[in-house]
Design a binder for this molecule. Structure first.
Ligand code: CA
Ligand code: CA
Ligand code: CA
Length: 480
């Protein structure tokens, strides 16, 4: 995917002022342009064709409920100022223009994204609103027989995997029954989903205008003030013995800590801060709060979680849990403008449909009764937290869940840091997308295999990997 930094900056600067003024003077957003004249079912057009067809080319598409438009205007102006041409459309406009396309809200949004890619050449999509305000797609790649029986989970990758392998719109519903990404039986009922992202998708899971204003301020401040800051050059990694050997003789070593070492290998230019249970640097929440408050550009947790808290084990001690951070304890973070990009390994940290969303059978056990999930609270926190958080909307999968004993989160998470630290991909959504593509290159999916087995787990690993944050975010900020 083409990076923003490679774009022609000067030309865009000339039109920034004009567009910003025009935008601010426009009482309602007119997204009609030529979108409405284009069939949403046409196949992909090349970048060259886009340049001749469309009146304008946008990098970033923001889709939001109309109640958030005023709060998002400063973000649109800021994006123009840093050379990211941005189009803000309301959900009503999306539904209006996609009237004849899409069976439900999520599919209409996906058709709109496809059209915006074909017409405008957009590379980034920012969805604004939690699951009540902005539709989510539930993916039914089921963990049958795993003991947890998670039939479905939120997949934001659905909005990013626009084209199938033949360049056609990818519905994720091959058998056309309105149940997406089905994998219940001995083979997938919705096989051959491409999964490769064609656009980078992130979400601000805001519940109200106050949270939108908070996130807009955080993003603008991060992109304009982070560059050159000393704190950014640190990476904090937090882990322990994820799978105590006492439970299974194959679980030798301290899996979480081993993964943090793989991450650090990929981030050789950064000063590491290690919090491990094995050497006593991680004894509880206070250690985590202190490390984050000191400032770091990146933050990586690897262990166990639910929507409320992240924890891990000391070495070979399955009975003891060491809590790292919870929705409650993160209110004590005071890292202010020193906002890390956070990647978290664990179950359900980014299950952002908690609180009467897709309630589990036992909301008290699964912590789905809480008002906001771990990943969103950390991201939207005032006075600190993260600038963006990446993790699992469903049950986090690791190599221990696979018969082949390789891949899943153990490959996915260190690969994010490889894409940034080694390959230099420094726009957050591109890093997210490149990580997923790398995973699929390494672990191609065989859809003619049973549910809940290795290939289904590989598919789930990427399907449930959610980015809560701005996909067009310049990691480390802009130099000017
Ligand atoms: Ca289906
Ligand atoms: Ca694709
Ligand atoms: Ca172990």
């Amino acid at each position: 995917m083409k990076k923003i930094s490679e774009k022609v900056f000067n030309k865009k600067m000339m039109i920034i002022t004009i567009i910003c003024v025009a935008f601010l003077l426009t009482p309602t957003i007119n997204a009609k342009l030529s979108l409405s004249t284009v069939s949403a079912s046409t196949s992909r057009t090349s970048v060259d064709e886009v340049a001749t067809v469309g009146d304008s080319i946008y990098d970033l598409l923001i889709v939001a409920p109309s109640c958030f438009v005023d709060e998002l205007r400063p973000l649109v102006c800021h994006k123009y100022q840093v050379g990211v041409s941005t189009r803000l459309v309301t959900l009503c406009e999306v539904y209006d223009q996609m009237y004849w396309h899409g069976r439900d809200g999520a599919e209409k949004i996906k058709y709109y994204i496809k059209t915006a890619m074909d017409e405008w050449g957009i590379q980034y999509v920012l969805l604004v609103g939690n699951y009540r305000l902005m539709p989510v797609r539930y993916c039914y790649n089921a963990d049958v027989g795993s003991g947890y029986e998670e039939p479905c989970f939120i997949s934001e990758l659905y909005y990013a995997d626009i084209y199938d392998g033949c360049g056609e719109f990818s519905s994720w519903d091959a058998n056309n029954n309105g149940i997406y990404g089905e994998w219940f039986g001995n083979v997938s009922e919705d096989p051959d989903i491409d999964l490769y992202p064609d656009v980078s998708v992130g979400r601000l899971a805001c519940r109200n205008g106050f949270e939108v204003r908070t996130m807009v301020k955080k993003i603008i401040r991060y992109e304009t003030s982070t560059y050159g800051s000393e704190w950014f050059n640190k990476i904090t990694v937090i882990a322990g013995d994820t799978y105590p050997e006492s439970l299974n003789e194959n679980w030798t070593g301290y899996e979480g800590e081993e993964n943090t070492l793989r991450v650090l290998e990929n981030m050789s230019g950064f000063e590491p801060v290690k919090l491990w249970t094995s050497d006593g640097t991680l004894t509880g929440t206070r250690d985590v709060l202190r490390a984050i408050n000191n400032g770091c550009g990146f933050l990586y947790f690897d262990g166990h979680a639910n929507p409320y808290r992240w924890s891990t084990h000391p070495p070979n001690d399955a009975d003891t849990w060491i809590e790292g951070l919870s929705v409650l304890s993160m209110t004590r973070l005071r890292n202010r403008e020193k906002l890390p990009v956070c990647v978290v390994g664990g179950c359900h940290n980014l299950q952002f449909d908690v609180h009467f969303g897709k309630l589990q059978d036992d909301p008290w056990y699964y912590y789905t009764f809480i008002p906001e999930c771990w990943g969103w609270k950390l991201t939207r926190k005032i006075g600190g937290g993260s600038i963006a958080t990446i993790g699992c909307s469903g049950l986090g999968m690791t190599k221990e869940d696979k018969e082949s004993f390789s891949g899943a989160g153990d490959y996915l998470e260190p690969t994010f840091f490889k894409q940034y630290g080694v390959n230099g991909i420094d726009v957050l959504g591109d890093t997210w997308a490149a990580t997923i593509s790398d995973y699929l290159d390494t672990y191609p999916i065989d859809w003619n295999t049973p549910a809940a087995w290795d290939y289904a787990i590989d598919a789930k690993s990427v399907q449930q990997w959610v980015l809560l944050g701005d996909p067009s975010l310049k990691i480390g900020g802009y130099s000017q």
